[in-house]
Design a protein around this ligand. Structure first.
Ligand SMILES: C[S@@+](CC[C@H](N)C(=O)[O-])C[C@H]1O[C@@H](n2cnc3c(N)ncnc32)[C@H](O)[C@@H]1O
Length: 205
């Protein structure tokens, strides 16, 4: 099944809080974004945001330049409806990150929770990294959250790649300076735990 159809099916058939990756708030993401980019004018993009509330929380923390991308238009529409009038303050993008281009828009911070680990094809990973290089300002940050070394082998019925910080940094390469990483546990709505790796890098000047 094409990727876009897979994710449309998920969001058409499952409630926002019934998917394994659901959390009421992406607390670790929010904390790390605030540490890396305390300036509220920072341009921030959430890749594969789905229906997560990170964009709501960033708006409530007074961030002024937010963009959201997802392959599922259903997920994007759901989030827009939830935000109501505040949705007008966000740049919305529907598309496959491995075929996307943000044009002249450049970001101070690129956030991805649980999207990159679905890229099992090395060519797709390199296309992704190239897009990050083109889209993030020199000196800007990349904040990635993937399944960690002891995380699940699959998510949403799809194979994933698990990473530790060195493996993830290796995929990104020398143009990215590894700044820090944390292993965290995500408590799924099904009552299980999933190990996530948070890893952040700075893009070389
Ligand atoms: C596991 S969910 C994570 C959602 C959200 N980041 C979170 O942490 O709650 C993966 C998300 O990535 C989106 N996605 C998957 N592959 C994608 C791709 N190639 N391009 C853009 N979005 C993608 C899916 O539609 C889905 O919303």
């Amino acid at each position: 099944m094409p990727k876009a159809d897979h994710w449309e099916n998920v969001y058409r058939n499952k409630k926002f809080d019934a998917v394994s990756w659901y959390a009421p708030h992406l607390g670790d993401s929010l904390r790390l974004i605030e540490q890396l980019c305390p300036d509220k004018t920072a341009a921030i993009v959430d890749i594969g945001a789905g229906e997560s509330t990170l964009v709501d929380d960033l708006l409530n923390h007074h961030y002024l330049d937010l963009s959201v991308l997802d392959i599922s238009s259903t997920a994007i529409e759901f989030t827009k409806q939830r935000l109501g009038a505040q949705a007008a303050q966000v740049g919305w993008h529907v598309g496959d990150v491995t075929q996307y281009d943000f044009g002249s828009k450049k970001f101070d911070l690129w956030h991805d929770r649980a999207v990159f680990h679905f890229l099992t094809d090395p060519v797709a990973r390199q296309v992704y990294v190239e897009l990050v290089r083109r889209s993030v300002k020199p000196g800007g940050y990349v904040l990635m959250a993937t399944f960690g070394p002891n995380g699940p082998l699959q998510c949403s019925g799809l194979e994933v790649v698990r990473y530790d910080d060195q493996q993830l940094h290796h995929v990104f390469g020398d143009n990215f300076q590894l700044m820090g990483s944390e292993l965290t546990e995500h408590h799924t709505p099904m009552g299980t735990d999933q190990q996530f790796l948070y890893c952040w890098c700075q893009v070389s000047h």
